[in-house]
Design a protein around this ligand. Structure first.
Ligand code: PLP
Length: 387
């Protein structure tokens, strides 16, 4: 038996996605750069996928969607591409203190390369300190990059007023929408983002494919030079099957958005209710008013999250102790930035739900979790209190 509760880390490609991709590995193997028939067919499949992704993120189907190898690459392209193209007077990049490594590490690399970096703090719920952002905004800022929905806590940023403020000082806004798409309504036009990154494997598409949306007139310096594919911004023969898979997943996610949000929220909420009934000493991290429907991040103070995750794994349950990338590297910088104490951070486990989960799985997981935590010596560490 396996119970997978880590959909924020990755999701299985839907059968419809795999079916749509399959021909592009065999019969339809044309190189999209070629002008003869098989090349034109591949190129046309890419253009269809561009429009499908554009519709998912709420922009005109003819918008510029640049396909990349991952959201990490899309975000690198956004941050490096914009900062390297901005005028000499706009050398400052602003990010929040709870960004995914894709943004944080790129920003730090840019700082090493001589750009200025400003970090905007968040509150205990993971919401941005907007006042601080507004104070840091001036005509030296080239780009503001924010994580729309947090992968660890599920906090969905309140973006109201942000794009106006960013634009009024002449800067651009990039959003990491990797966790937002497919889970909440993403209306990029309305939000006023100039650039937005997404990833295939977080929305029931394939791994190894991501995309960056860029608004009209946005100029970028490429990361990869070569044959000029993807508007001369991401050279290299395209991953046609992956692109078709992402386009197909985008269509399905858009169609099923409300059903998905309702389904995963109901599982997440029953999990929370059962936990409350069996345990007193835990803290739910993230913004209770504005959280991804499928995400539950819980701190068990005094416990060790890695030990809990290992014991859950032994019972066939897969859950995370941080973001997929960070989970092998110890404690969460996101929770620390939100002001969680080390005891809360060390004991934080993330459960993220998806289409394949069931009520029975939720019941079994909570029961297992309570057994682990209520063991005489906790999960091998401090004893927690049972009520
Ligand atoms: N941004 C967020 C919020 C994520 O959760 C992830 C993946 O964990 C990424 C970026 C990177 O996505 P990819 O795996 O496509 O590089």
């Amino acid at each position: 038996m396996k119970i997978y509760l880590d959909y924020n880390s990755t999701s299985p490609a839907l059968p419809e996605v795999v079916d749509a991709m399959r021909p592009y590995f065999s019969d339809m193997y044309g190189n999209p750069s070629n002008l003869y028939s098989s090349g034109r067919k591949a190129a046309s499949a890419i253009e269809t996928a561009r429009a499908q992704v554009a519709e998912l993120i709420g922009v005109d189907p003819a918008s510029r969607i640049i396909f990349t190898g991952s959201a990490t690459e899309a975000t690198n392209l956004a941050l490096s591409g914009i900062m390297r193209k901005q005028s000499a007077s706009r050398r400052k990049l602003l990010i929040s203190s709870v960004e995914h490594a894709a943004t944080r590490e790129t920003a730090l690399a840019l700082q090493k390369a001589g750009f200025e970096l400003g970090i905007i703090p968040v509150n205990r719920n993971g919401q941005l300190n907007k006042q601080n952002l507004f104070e840091q905004l001036d005509d030296s800022v080239g780009l503001v990059s924010l994580i729309w929905a947090n992968n660890e806590t599920g906090t969905v940023l309140d973006l109201e007023g942000i794009s106006d403020a960013v634009h009024s000082c002449g800067a651009l806004l990039h959003l990491d929408a990797v966790q937002a798409v497919g889970k909440i309504s993403v209306d990029t036009g309305n939000i006023g983002a100039d650039l937005l990154s997404i990833s295939g494997h977080k929305l029931y598409g394939p791994k190894g494919i991501g995309a960056l949306y860029t608004g009209d007139g946005i100029e970028l310096e490429p990361l990869i030079y070569g044959g000029g594919q993807e508007y001369h911004l991401r050279s290299g023969t395209q991953n046609v099957a992956g692109i078709v898979g992402l386009g197909t997943a985008a269509v399905i996610c858009r169609e099923r958005l409300n059903a998905y949000a309702e389904f995963t929220a109901s599982l997440r909420n029953s999990f929370e209710t059962a936990l409350k009934a069996g345990l007193k000493n835990f803290i739910i991290n993230g913004d209770p008013e504005s959280r991804l429907p499928n995400t539950l991040n819980v701190s068990f103070p005094g416990e060790n999250a890695e030990k809990i995750a290992m014991q859950l794994d032994r019972a066939g349950i897969e859950a995370a102790t941080g973001s997929a990338c960070a989970s092998r590297k110890g404690i969460s910088g996101v929770l620390a930035a939100m002001g969680c104490s080390p005891v809360e951070t060390n004991g934080a486990v993330r459960f993220s739900f998806g289409w394949d989960n069931t009520v029975e799985e939720v019941d079994f997981t909570v029961k297992t979790l309570l057994t682990i935590i209520n063991k005489p010596a906790g999960c091998g560490f401090t004893k927690t209190i049972k009520v």
